[in-house]
Design a protein around this ligand. Structure first.
Ligand SMILES: N[C@@H](CCC(=O)NCCCC(=O)O)C(=O)O
Length: 258
């Protein structure tokens, strides 16, 4: 059965001068939808409803959750800090929705894949913190906003042996693309870091006691068409969601044949 995957869009409240426009607007890069559709899922773009009961109702209709990236950054007050650098802030409607859904997805054991800004939201939802600006706060940090096209990889990551990510890609090292200026500083409760860049920046987090709960700092939706390992990320996520769809207990990933 094809799993239904809820996909979170970005949102422009319409009052940000630097974004122009007046009307509140949802937007989402089509690659996220294409990756889910082409690899066997049914993507559904989720409206960022404010009502908590409505959020729970939405989750009843999906088998997996995909938290997408975002140009703007999470409000630092959400992880107990004041804003120290100039950057646009994610719309409160989006951050409130996603922070709530992350905790619901843990409680309800909903397979969840979080990409880039989505990973940062996943971490903050679990009580973790972020570097507000890598180049200002971390010495000798790599260029994590690559200047080459996102369909190209730009640095390697080292993967923790035995982690979910390792069990998916069956490698302890792989190459990724990179388009971020923030990253995980302290890892949230119940989560573990499972990959790092050569400069030590966290590149993946996961919940070890959840069927599939993985946050990654890179963008596999630009890479899945030509890179097997990035395709496997979506395929394994969709298999976990499909198991939920068929109401089978969703065992921890024991290998790509499970
Ligand atoms: N703002 C955060 C997260 C970066 C991110 O999600 N980038 C993706 C760009 C938007 C998109 O194309 O989806 C940071 O810069 O660290």
């Amino acid at each position: 059965m094809k799993p239904v995957i809820g996909v979170t869009p970005d949102f422009n409240a319409g009052d940000r001068k630097e974004w122009g426009g007046k009307e509140p607007t949802y937007f989402l890069r089509a690659r996220y939808i294409r990756a889910i559709e082409e690899l066997g899922g049914v993507p559904v773009i989720l409206p960022l409803v404010a009502d908590r009961a409505a959020r729970r109702r939405l989750l009843q209709g999906i088998d997996g959750l995909l938290l997408t990236g975002s140009g703007p950054d999470l409000d630092p007050t959400l992880y107990g800090e004041s804003q120290r650098y100039r950057f646009p802030i994610v719309a409160q409607r989006r951050s409130s929705f996603e922070l709530d859904l992350v905790l619901l997805a843990i409680r309800k054991q909903i397979p969840t894949l979080a990409i880039c800004g989505g990973m940062q939201t996943m971490n903050v939802a679990c009580g973790g913190t972020l570097y507000q600006d890598l180049t200002a706060q971390v010495n000798d940090v790599l260029q994590h906003r690559q200047q080459i096209p996102a369909v190209q990889v730009s640095h390697s990551i080292t993967i923790t042996p035995g982690s979910l990510l390792d069990r998916i890609v069956k490698r302890t090292r792989m190459n990724v693309n990179s388009s971020h200026h923030q990253s995980v500083k302290s890892v949230g409760r119940t989560l573990v870091a499972s990959a790092a860049a050569p400069d030590g920046i966290v590149e993946a987090i996961e919940h070890p006691r959840h069927p599939f709960f993985l946050g990654i700092q890179w963008h596999p939706e630009f890479l899945f068409e030509r890179h097997l390992l990035h395709r496997r990320l979506f395929q394994t996520f969709l298999r976990a969601a499909s198991r939920r769809a068929s109401h089978q207990p969703s065992p921890a990933i024991r290998g790509t044949n499970s």
